[in-house]
Ligand binder design. Sequence first.
Ligand code: ARG
Length: 581
Amino acid sequence: MTLLTELEVRLATALTNALGAPTSAAVTAAADLRFGDYQSNAAMVLAKQQKMNPRALAQQIIDELDLTGLATADIAGPGFINFRILPEAYAARAAGLIRDERLGVPATGTGKTVVVDFSAPNVAKPMHVGHIRSTIIGDSLARIARFLGFKVIADNHIGDWGTQFGMIIYGWNHFLDEEALAADPIPELVRVYRKVNAATQENPTVLDDCKSELVKLQAGDPGNLAIWQKCIEVSKSGLQKIYDRLDVKFDFWHGESFYNERLAGLVEEFLEKGIARESNGAVCIFSDGTKALDADPFKVHKEDGWTDNPAIIRKADGGFLYATTDLATIQYRMDEWRADHIWYVVGVPQQLHFRQLFDAAARWGKVGDFQHIEFGSILGDDRKLMKTRSGDNVGLIEVLEEAVERAARAIAEKNPDLQGEEAAEIAEIVGIGAVKFAELSQNRLTDYVFSWDRMLALQGDTAPYLQYSHVRIRSIFRKLDAPFDVSSATIHLNEAAEIHLVRLLVRFGEVLPTILEDFRPNLLANYVLELARAFHSFFEACPVLKADEPIRSSRLALCDLTSRTLKQGLQLLGIDVPERM
Ligand code: ARG
C-alpha cells in the first residue's frame, strides 16, 4: 500500500466514526511543503454537504484520526487537513522500497487487456512530426501500462492500403530507381510518390492512369498486388530500423489492409441493423438522435443551424474508407484479443473521426473503454508548424540524426576522454533521450516549440541532465573498495535534504498510476526531474562516503534507491541511461 493510500484508509475510518456513516475521501500530495506532506479537503467538502462548520468538522475528524507511527495532522485555512509524515515512517518506507523490485508501484492494471494503437505511419508517405509524437507518447504509455500490470498489446495500424497506392504503382512502373530503393526504401518511395503527384498536376491523364492502377489493385490484379506487397515489405523494414533505434516495439503490425475482407460484411451488417443507410448511393452512418445536438458527432453547426454530418463507410463506387477499417479493427481487437481498453494515440485533427467511431461502435454493441489520446503540434522557432529548409514537413529520421550529432558535439566538449565507439554510443543514448524527453515533458495537448538548445542542455529540464544525474550516482559506487550490500543497510533520516529525498522516492508508486487517469507522461517526466533535483540537494548537504556508520550505509542505500528509481522512471519514458558521459 502506498503512503497516500494508507492515509486514505486511516482518514476513511476517522470520517466514518465522525459522521456515523461509511465515508471516504481523497488525500493528495501537498502543493506547498511548508504545510506538510499530504493534505485533504474532506472536511470542507463534507461540511458543505452537511451544512456544518468546516473547521469544526476538521477538528472532529482529527480527534478520531489514528495516525500512530505514521504522521501528525493539523488544520489550516478554511478547513484543510494537513498531514506531516514522521521521519521514522519515511525511514520504514524507504527500507521497504530498498527490498522491493517494483519500487513501491502497485499493480493497478492486473487482469486488464489494453491495446495501444500508436505510430501508424502511412506507407510511401514520410513519417511527419505527428507520427513522432504518437510514437514517443504511445510507446511510453504502453511501457507504463505494462509496468502497472496491464496486458498490453502494442499494435501498429499502418496505412498500407488506400488511394495512394494507385499513384505509387504508377510511379513504381514509371519512375522507380531500383538501386535507391534497395539502399534506403522509404525516401525512394516518398520521392516516387512526390514525382507522380507533380506529374498528375501537369498532365490530368496521369491521374486517370493512377486510378485505373488502383482499380486493378483492388480487383486483385496479380502484378499490382505484387508491387503493393513489395512496397509494404520494404517500407516495413525501413520503419523497423527507425523503431530499433528508438527502442520501440510492437506486438502486431495489423495495418489497414489486414481488415480488407471484413469490410463488405461489416457494411451489410450496419445496413441490416439500421445503424447505417444509403444516401446518394453511398452508405452512411447518421445520428441516432439520442444525444444533445452539441454532443452528437453526427451533427454539425453551420450558419443555418444544425445539419447532418454523416460518416461514410462505403462510397457510391463501392470503395471502403478509413472509418470502415477502424470499425472492423475494433471488432477484431475485442473478439480476438479480448481488449478491455483501446487507446488511440493520434493527433487532434482526427478528433471527429474518433468521436464518430466510438459512437458508432457503441451503437453496434461494442462495449469497451475507447480513448482518443490526442496531442497538439510541434512548432518550429517561428511558431509555425515545423518544416525543413526546403519547406517539407520534418521527418523523424532527420530529427534523430541531428539530435545525435549535437549530443556528440556536446559530449566531446564536456568529456574529451570519451572516444570512438563508446562516445558514439553515448551520443546515441543522449541524443535520442533528449528528443523523447522534450516531447514527454510537455503537456501533450499544447503545441510546443521545438528547441535544440533547450532539449540538449546539461543543466535544465532535460534528458541529459537526468542521465548525468544517474551517472553521477553510479560513480559513487565505483569509488567503493567492496561492492555495497544494500539489503543489510538500515535507514536513518536526520537531515531535511535526506527526508525530502525519501519523500520523493516514496511518491514514485503514487505518481505512476495517476499518469493513466488522463494519459499524461509529463507527470512522470516532472517527477523524475524533481527526484534528480532532490538528489543533488541531498548530495550537497549530506556527505555520503565520508559519513560514519550507520549513516554511511543508510545514505549509500538512498543513493542506490534513487538511481534505481531514476533509471526505472526514465525507462518508462523509453529513455536509456549511459554508464558514463
Ligand atoms: N495512419 C493514420 C495517419 O497517419 C493513423 C492511424 C491511427 N490509428 C487508427 N486506428 N486510426 O493519420
